[in-house]
Design a binder for this molecule. Sequence first.
Ligand code: XIL
Length: 395
Amino acid sequence: MPIRLQRSLGRRRAIFLGLEMMAGIGAFTAISQFRNAQTQAQNQVLQRDFTVSGTAPLRDRAARKGLFYGAAVLRSQLAKDAEFAKSVARECNILVSIGEFKWDMLRVQPDRFNFEPADVLVKFARTHNMRLRGHTLVWHQALPLWVESTMNNLNAREIMVDHISTVVRRYAGAVHSWDVVNEAIKPEEGREDGLRYTPWLNFLGPNYIDLAFRTAAAADPKAMLVYNEFGLDYDTPGANAKRTAVLNLLTRLKNSGTPIHGLGIQAHLGREGKAKLKPAQLRQFLRNVADLGLKILITEMDVTEKAFPTDIQLRDRGIAALYEDYLSIVLEEPAVIAVLTWGLSDRYTWLSTAEPRSDESPVRPLPLDAQMNRKFAWNAIARSFDKTTKRSPVA
Ligand code: XIL
């Protein structure tokens, strides 16, 4: 190699080396800054106060404030697990079915309803003086094969109306509130109204939502009729678009006299960092919903753990902090009348299969641990109920 070229390569290498070192120092600084921030956050969470006065269960603390507290259960869990059933009876004054009212469990054949599983929940709720929520009448998931294979634009209306009338009439007086329509909004699909493409939309058009609510109201004029949705909690482009679309939908329904009484906010939390929870923004959304004359229910609260450490103490505290931060924002809105978690004990949570941890440690997203002991998340909910103002009694 000619000497000049060698020299210039040498110089270039030196420059690269210098740049690499600078990048190295930069990365090192970034890492140590990140570590410092992490330690600070850990210290904050370790020092956070989760004390609760007394041992009263969540149902009593909620009831004192004119609120409902409850959990999602399957009748099979209650039937085979007396310890779990006892905890549910102790803590909840409202229940929601995980699967018993979904089409694939309830509507096994076009001409055959299987009411038995839901009936068991009705009985359990009555025995323990709880309300029961019916979840859900119209959804794009959990549809049995016969619906997928036989529904078309000629029979869709009859299938939906027949289903809602039969089910809601049968449980009139037993079901406190229905998730009449579940998860109908998906703005990223590009429709101007933000509606999700589902078999119901495809065969019936956007008014399928109005039709579902009107049919439910005719079958049980006293039930609280709710639109239920996820992904409304954070300050992200997706959630911002969803809140706008939901608000537009609710406004349209109210303006056209559709019998709708509430918004269900699923509140599956933990997918975004704490910084993305913007209290003023969330409160404003709740206010806008309340201004339409609607009640608000937190219907499926839990915390996905991906962002939380393996260490149990840190993890439980971090999860609890999110519960309390979130609830203290939403409970400031007097239209919020109920909080339900999607499960009560870590023994039974959909997140263990839907969102397992990468370290394979069992997930701990719920108020009670797998041994039915109260965790910090329980304290967080208890504290939020204790702090909030009393609602006027609801039916
Ligand atoms: C989930 C159940 O928990 C799972 O067991 C089932 O496999 C799928 O559905 N939003 C909803 C609920 O509205 O119906 C979902 O329940 C969780 C997300």
